[in-house]
Design a protein around this ligand. Structure first.
Ligand SMILES: CSCCC(=O)C(=O)COP(=O)(O)O
Ligand code: ZN
Length: 222
């Protein structure tokens, strides 16, 4: 209740309140769906949804992402320092929202497929996927013949430094490949996003499944 009252005070108008409530519900639903798929073991992962141009709802640090409560969600303005209790990786969310006003949601998971494949692909600094019909679930991909590039970054406990590297790389053009709506951190996991919560969820599920396909395929090909 305290959370609800303070949110109302910050937001003011009725439409703002409903945008905020929708974003918080979206964060809770995304965490629950990821936990159901075993993608966020042991409090790993973090989830955010944009409320408006300047504000996001984002998970607190260290909470069970499969059983999020209202008090586990922070309302973070993008223009101020991170709030106390913020996700250890909150800057990877806030920096990307600032860079990409079109982003509506960012979901981060520690799934087995993403975490293992990210280590295999780390030496190249990117993972290339092609030949999968499911690639077309990624926005902008029209054919299984397209080459989809997922950037891979070395993991880093210095999140500000990592965030700077991510932002610089994502600002680069993709060349012949279509750059995926997501990136891998080696030995760590996947960040995926979309213009809406639904699109971010679709991208997350498509990338995760493509990683499972790719891992299986690599086991059978020299
Ligand atoms: C327990 S996993 C280590 C931290 C991490 O990578 C993660 O995704 C969760 O961090 P948060 O601070 O957002 O709970
Ligand atoms: Zn993480």
């Amino acid at each position: 209740m305290a959370q609800t009252i303070s949110l109302k005070t910050e937001c003011g108008s009725a439409s703002d309140e409903s945008a905020l409530a929708k974003a918080v519900a979206g964060v809770i639903a995304a965490g629950r769906a990821a936990a159901f798929r075993h993608w966020v073991p042991a409090t790993s992962g973090n989830f955010s949804v944009r409320i408006d141009a300047d504000t996001i709802a984002i998970t607190r640090s260290g909470v069970d992402k499969g059983n999020l409560q209202l008090a586990d969600i922070l309302i973070q303005p993008l223009a101020v320092p991170l709030l106390p209790g913020s996700s250890a990786e909150a800057e990877l969310h806030t920096a990307l929202y600032r860079q990409r006003p079109d982003l509506g949601a960012i979901f981060h998971v520690h799934s087995p497929a993403a975490t293992v494949l990210s280590r295999l692909a780390a030496p190249e600094g990117r993972l290339l996927l092609t030949g999968w019909e499911l690639q077309k679930a990624l926005s902008g991909v029209r054919t299984h013949e397209a080459i989809v590039e997922i950037p891979v970054f070395a993991n880093d406990q210095d999140i500000s430094a990592l965030s700077g590297r991510v932002d610089a790389r994502l600002a680069e053009p993709g060349g012949d490949a279509i750059v995926a709506p997501g990136y891998l951190l080696a030995g760590h996991g996947l960040y995926a996003w979309g213009a809406t919560e639904a699109e971010a969820a679709r991208h997350l599920e498509a990338l995760e499944t493509l990683f499972e396909f790719e891992l299986s395929y690599r086991r059978f090909t020299p």
